[in-house]
Design a protein around this ligand. Structure first.
Ligand SMILES: [Cu+2]
Length: 323
């Protein structure tokens, strides 16, 4: 089945389940927050604060292709995400997010018939984002929430290799551009079940100081959760994501060496594509209000442009506390 068909099927299922709702939607239950890797999907009551920490680990598969002097054999991205939320009014919640990123790419370099392994690393703070989350509509046990965010170019786009040239695009920590992040989330729940769907976008504006613009990102996700008791819930989730190709190019990213293209990650034609992923998750709400949650995601289908590392598993664990 094509990615688009799978997504339509998911949305139809969500709409069918939605018709069974009756009282008022509430976040005061374990599945009152979406699976932990979903962002900007809830708001807070006037005067309420929330602190959140997430640790996300993503792995990518190596590439086997001819004509390159270096090929990645494995890549991992570890991200520590700090979040703060504050609601000055019942209608509007602010959210500030900061990420600390550690990228590691293992590579094999072939030169004059000799193969050697090497590792490239980058580490630092990524792009800071500030979002506003607001009510669009609430009826019965369903709600529609909007969000608008601004991604600031605080993350480095000058991560270097040992020879002083820039590391490939996928190893850089920020976008280098001011990014607009609109989103819309639909939520519904019954006594023992809850569900939600979110459409979100990451839209780049202008061109960064290194002469390129990362691709825009569009995502649609839908989830379904079962509440087992007042503390524990489990969820399943389906996510479709489309990323556009990088526009422009960084002249400090070395493209060729000894007549060979260095590696696929230095060419902007090897960027962008569609991914469909499935996730399972659990949320736990303690009596004292602390929440812990985990989610595990695997790609179900990938259609990437050019030669790229395929996405492998993503694991996210998180803690949230509101007061
Ligand atoms: Cu919150």
């Amino acid at each position: 089945m094509k990615t688009r068909n799978k997504l339509s099927l998911l949305l139809v299922l969500c709409a069918l389940v939605a018709n069974q709702a009756n009282a008022h939607w509430t976040s005061k239950r374990p599945d009152g927050h979406a699976p932990i890797a979903v962002m900007a999907e809830h708001k807070h009551a006037k005067g309420e604060w929330m602190a959140a920490y997430r640790f996300m680990q993503m792995d990518m598969d190596g590439i086997q292709a001819a004509g390159y002097s270096m090929l990645p054999t494995d890549m991992s991205m570890d991200m520590h995400m700090l979040g703060a939320m504050y609601a000055p009014t019942d209608k509007w919640t602010w959210m500030l997010m900061a990420n600390h990123i550690e990228n590691q790419m293992d590579m094999e370099m072939t030169m004059m018939g000799m193969t050697t392994s090497m590792t490239m690393q980058s580490e630092g703070w990524g792009d800071l984002s500030l979002s506003g989350i607001f009510d669009l509509k609430a009826w019965g046990e369903e709600a529609l929430i909007g969000s608008i965010g601004l991604g600031m170019p605080t993350g480095s786009i000058d991560e270097k290799k040992s020879d002083g040239t820039h590391q490939p695009y996928g190893m850089q920590l920020g976008s280098g551009t001011w990014d607009i992040q609109p989103g819309i989330t639909y939520l519904g729940q019954t006594e023992d079940y809850s569900w939600g769907a979110q459409a979100s976008a990451l839209l780049r504006t202008g061109e960064n100081d290194n002469g390129y613009t990362l691709g825009n990102r569009l995502a649609i996700t839908g989830w379904f959760a079962r509440k087992f008791n007042d503390n524990l819930s489990a969820s399943i989730r389906l996510t479709g994501q489309r990323v556009s190709r990088i526009d422009g190019s960084d002249p400090n990213i070395t493209v060729t060496s000894m007549m060979k293209t260095v590696s696929p990650g230095v060419e902007t034609s090897n960027s962008g594509g569609d991914t469909l992923s499935g996730s399972v998750g659990i949320n736990y709400l303690f009596e004292n209000g602390h929440r812990i949650a985990a989610e595990y995601q695997v790609p179900l289908d990938q259609d990437l442009d050019g030669i790229q590392m395929e996405r492998n598993r993503t694991a996210t664990i998180g803690w949230q506390y509101a007061w």
